[in-house]
Design a protein around this ligand. Structure first.
Ligand SMILES: [Zn+2]
Ligand SMILES: [Zn+2]
Length: 334
């Protein structure tokens, strides 16, 4: 098959590598296999999953970190994709197993995941991904908003998984990045949404789009149809259950390092459903951004942007719990 590419691509590139420690190194620009595209990375966001990898909570990853990114296709087997600004779905599936055949490719047991499981990620000048994972970003979504496509897809997955009746009362626990994106999604989708968090400045972003916000110390127990736990705090599941109506639903977005214990009596007596929720569909997130990005304070969620050469400093900065999104900018020309 013919290959179309930008002939100015150099042999080596800078990348943030994790192999037990973090280092910015010179490595070879990755090569395409059939069906892949080579993307020149513009920006990539640091995510809690990156910290879980470097702290060893997600074991076994060696290579280039980073999975929330936007870039331009520079090499590909189909000419119309060259020069397109894109994001890429992070789960790279086998297309052959039972899950893939049912369209459940994000649950493919043979999958690799960009920057997380057995596949190099986006804190690098270039990244290779399967062409089927690539989504073109409409012109009305700037890079600073497009960087949120992956976590927004995870927020929108809740609506894909749970049929939420229109008059539902929704409670979101946690005012971190994911909690805020979930609050934007629920509010823009027309649900009556309340958010509880510990940080008044972070809550103010949800308030700006119309969400009712309550600082944790002022929260009074209630009865909600749907409670979304996005705190990352292992004590919050109990709080989520306590605030759920009989026959209501708890959506669990936090992944906890280690075990939790909770009393399941209320879950049984009140017939509460607990639903785990992870990644979502990129096409849904891109549509959502295209419709609502003017209403959302996304660029204000970016606390600081670092060049790739300062990726180690960016990680140190991003570990501060007061910080929202930290971005690594790779290609400043864009
Ligand atoms: Zn992420
Ligand atoms: Zn599969």
């Amino acid at each position: 098959m013919a290959e179309f590419c930008d002939k100015n691509i150099s042999e080596t590139m800078s990348a943030l590598i994790f192999n037990g420690t973090l280092q910015v190194e010179k490595v070879h620009v990755p090569r395409l296999k059939n069906g892949d595209v080579l993307i020149k990375v513009h920006k990539a966001g640091i995510c809690n999953t990156d910290f879980e990898i470097i702290k060893g909570y997600i074991p076994g990853f060696n290579g280039v970190l980073g999975h929330e990114f936007v870039g331009t296709v520079v090499e590909c087997n189909v000419p119309h994709m060259i020069g397109k600004r894109v994001a890429a779905e992070i789960n790279c599936s086998c297309e052959e197993c039972g899950f893939c055949k049912k369209g459940l490719f994000r649950h493919c047991p043979n999958r690799t995941v960009i920057g997380i499981i057995n596949r190099d990620g986006a804190f690098a000048e270039y990244i290779v991904v399967p062409q089927r994972n690539v989504f073109v970003i409409p012109d009305n979504i700037p890079d600073s908003d497009a960087i949120f496509i992956e976590p927004l897809a995870a927020a929108l997955e809740i609506i894909d998984q749970v049929k939420i009746p229109d008059e539902s009362k929704i409670l979101i626990l946690g005012d971190g990045k994911l909690g805020l994106l979930i609050s934007f999604v629920m509010q823009c989708s027309g649900y009556s949404t309340t958010m509880v968090g510990k940080h008044r400045e972070k809550l103010s972003f949800a308030k700006a789009v119309g969400v009712s916000v309550v600082p944790l110390e002022e929260f009074k127990r209630g009865a909600y149809d749907l409670v979304i736990e996005a705190t990352g705090n292992r004590n919050a599941l109990e709080m989520a259950i306590e605030n759920t109506k009989p026959r209501g639903i708890v959506v669990l977005k936090s992944t906890y390092a280690g075990d939790i214990s909770f009393n399941p009596s209320k879950v049984v007596v009140d017939e509460i459903s607990i639903i785990g929720s992870r990644c979502g569909r990129f096409e849904v997130a891109i549509n959502f951004l295209s419709n609502f990005n003017n209403r959302l304070p996304l660029s204000q969620l970016i606390s600081k942007t670092f060049p790739l050469e300062q990726a180690i400093e960016a990680f140190e900065y991003a570990q501060n719990p007061e910080i929202l999104k930290t971005i690594i900018e790779v290609d400043r020309a864009v």
